[in-house]
Design a protein around this ligand. Structure first.
Ligand code: GLY
Length: 388
């Protein structure tokens, strides 16, 4: 077995969008950076719809997370422009299209009214519309739509193109890719010091970032009390195509809660229409099921009956990295030298810009910026929970 040891300042374990943005930003700040992943640019971003839904996905008790989500949403235009410049013009499909969240029955409408009240209390821009006003905005909506919320600040990006652009930006910034799976964290004298990869190499690093998405909770070698409490939450997603003759089919993201399940339709400028997503606690299973596809199509059809005319081009399932409070784990861990950038759950695409910024700051200066302080793993440590 080869026991190659290369040394860098930072080794990022996991080359999904969170690992990549961390590596890119770290390299830009002069750190010698490496990423370990068999397929950089893969992971949950290959499935995600890419909604930047800080306002429409607001939940009670998640006001702290809202602050981070909004901070990241504000950074998106500049982030996308910088990424285009760094990659020689790669377009990541950022579309400032807004979102319409609608209600199909009296229960949905009551739920949306509650959401609107919460949004208003949080100072967020969201306008209540009648069913008729919703259909005037989006004529393909079902006649039965009972009302909705117009949120002009919740946009979208294409996560696959984002991941591809981040790989190129990393390469151009000098990030080294180890195209192999990290099997074990290397710990030397009680400090993270690199990783052992499936290809037998052992890249060493001054600092390691665990950014392995839903797999972050099971990297061998990480002490039990340091392993992040991250679990996989399955999401099935469909892709349809809007033929030019049907365009514009929808001009903004349309979403609803139907029988307690979230369904959303995200129309891309290139004619792709993404329909998501189930939310299933089934461990590592990524099977696309007839039931999952049926429920998504049934619910989407109730919202926008015309979707049954469109070609279905892809069905796929991915794993969100869920955390106990639905918020990410960012910055230093209890093991010196080991940082976390994981647990982004439903907000990985949205939180990409701010995650890159705060992680690069922590790796470069040793200090986590204020906006990320509530999101360290400390909040889950037994001592912290006892005093909380
Ligand atoms: N944020 C959308 C989802 O996780 O399905």
């Amino acid at each position: 077995m080869s026991r190659t040891r290369t040394t860098s300042d930072v080794l990022v374990v996991g080359g999904g969008i969170i690992g990549l943005v961390t590596a890119w930003r770290a390299a830009q700040r002069g750190l010698r950076t490496a990423v370990a992943d068999p397929e950089p640019g893969g992971g949950a971003a290959r499935v995600a719809a890419g909604m930047l839904a800080a306002v429409t996905e607001l939940h009670y008790g998640e006001e702290t997370l809202l602050g981070l989500n909004l901070a990241s949403a504000r950074r998106y235009p500049g982030f996308v422009a910088e990424l285009a410049e760094a990659t020689g013009g790669m377009d990541v499909g950022y579309r400032a299209c807004g979102t319409l969240a609608v209600a199909l029955d009296a229960d949905d409408r009551a739920h949306l009214r509650e959401l609107h009240a919460l949004q208003t209390r949080c100072g967020l821009a969201s306008e209540w519309l009648s069913g008729r006003e919703c259909r005037r905005l989006e004529p393909m909506l079902a006649p039965g739509v009972r009302g909705g919320l117009r949120v002009d600040g919740d946009h979208q990006v294409d996560p696959r193109r984002l991941a591809d652009a981040l790989v190129v930006a990393c390469e151009r910034a000098g990030v080294v890719f180890h195209r192999s799976l990290a099997e074990r964290l290397t710990v030397v004298r009680d400090r993270a010091a690199g990783a052992v990869l499936a290809d037998g190499t052992e890249p060493a690093a001054e600092q390691v970032v665990l950014a392995a998405g839903s797999m972050s909770g099971r990297l061998a070698g990480v002490p039990e009390k340091v392993l992040p409490p991250v679990r996989p939450v399955k999401g099935q997603v469909l892709r349809l195509r809007v033929p030019p003759a049907y365009a514009p089919f929808l001009s903004r993201t349309v979403r609803a809660v139907v029988r307690g399940s979230h369904v959303y339709l995200v129309p891309r400028e290139n004619g792709e229409l993404v329909v998501g997503a189930t939310s299933e606690e089934l461990g590592w299973d990524t099977t696309v099921t007839a039931g999952g596809v049926y429920e998504l199509l049934r619910d989407a059809h109730e919202l926008v009956p015309g979707i049954t005319e469109l070609p279905l081009t892809e069905t796929r399932a991915g794993l969100r990295p869920g955390s106990p409070d639905n918020a990410p784990l960012l910055g230093p861990s209890a093991l010196p030298g080991l940082h976390l950038a994981t647990g982004h759950y439903r907000n990985g695409v949205l939180l990409t810009p701010v995650t890159g910024d705060v992680m690069a700051e922590a790796l470069t200066t040793g200090t986590l910026p204020d906006e990320a302080r509530p999101f360290t793993a400390r909040r889950f440590s037994p001592a912290h929970l006892e005093h909380a």
